[in-house]
Design a protein around this ligand. Sequence first.
Ligand SMILES: Nc1ncnc2c1ncn2[C@@H]1O[C@H](COP(=O)(O)OP(=O)(O)O)[C@@H](O)[C@H]1O
Ligand SMILES: [Mg+2]
Length: 343
Amino acid sequence: MRNPFIAGSWVRAENFFGRTAILRDVLEGERDSLWVVGARRLGKTSLLKELEHRALQNPQTPFVPLYWDLQGSADARGLADGLLGSVEDSEAFRRATDIAVEDLEGHSVADMLTTLVRRTVRSGWRLLLLIDEAEEFLTVARTDAAVLPRLRRVFQKGNEVRTVLTATRRLAQIDDLPDVATSPFLQGFIPALYLTPLQPEEARALLARGKFSEEEQARIQERTANHPFLLQLIASRLFESRDLAATLDQVAADEMVSNFFSVDFQTLDARERALLEPVARSGEQSLDELARAAAVSKETAETLLFGLRMMGYLSLENGRFRIGNWFFERWLRRVAAAEPRPA
Ligand SMILES: Nc1ncnc2c1ncn2[C@@H]1O[C@H](COP(=O)(O)OP(=O)(O)O)[C@@H](O)[C@H]1O
Ligand SMILES: [Mg+2]
């Protein structure tokens, strides 16, 4: 039997598990501007690819999807090139809307989008615009701030477009930039939807593909707290090695995994990191203890801790916060131990 697990690249269709509520909100809900916030490797790209797939498969949907990855775009020109590339890559979109790449070439990104919307509507569809790596807007804002309000106007063209942004929490900084503050970019996209770890039964369905024993399955879920990437990584290695203890040790010591945690940790803001470190040091903490340790008000701590829980960085039981999963806890302990304690 072939290894059924995929750890690294995005997944969709029969390889995609869970996320029922968000899929429903996007494909059948009322909101036309959605920001899905999630940590790295929690499944943002997979979610957008699954949305694209479902919209293309479903003959009843009013939407024609377009997936647009902003990574590396850097400025308005880069956004335009990327958007053109997306249209080029999606034959289904070009066919449904009767658009050719030549119709768009040479235009600014905002004009291009306006044309895309107009042609989509004229063909009897609504545009489902699926924007990945939306943090890139932070970089664009530094070089071409004026393009953002223009884009936002197209993103929020009421009934004609439904826009889904995915990004880590960093995107929230965009409305603090001096050039953007006058017309808040994320207005309408807030409150964000959180991409959480998988539900226990969704994780079980995923692991069932490996035909592992009950005990192995339970232990993987306990160690990963159903983080989709960690689940897939461990399951994939266990599928080859058939030795769970060795696999868990290996993953805990893996350079690639600690690098992943370290880059992910940097997407959090300083106050969020200041809340996580005392939890890692002492194993568990209450809200009051954490507000004191991070030197923030209880209210601020509560808001930040809610987001950290939703994204799987923390869990809460009986009023005590703990680090979300064993691997992240081990990594964070090592990092926290290497730093001087705050006075
Ligand atoms: N819905 C899902 N079902 C199963 N595995 C998933 C799912 N979402 C993410 N994964 C796992 O996480 C990995 C990273 O997913 P990806 O969509 O690339 O995350 P992101 O874009 O947030 O970095 C995938 O390779 C896969 O192992
Ligand atoms: Mg991604």
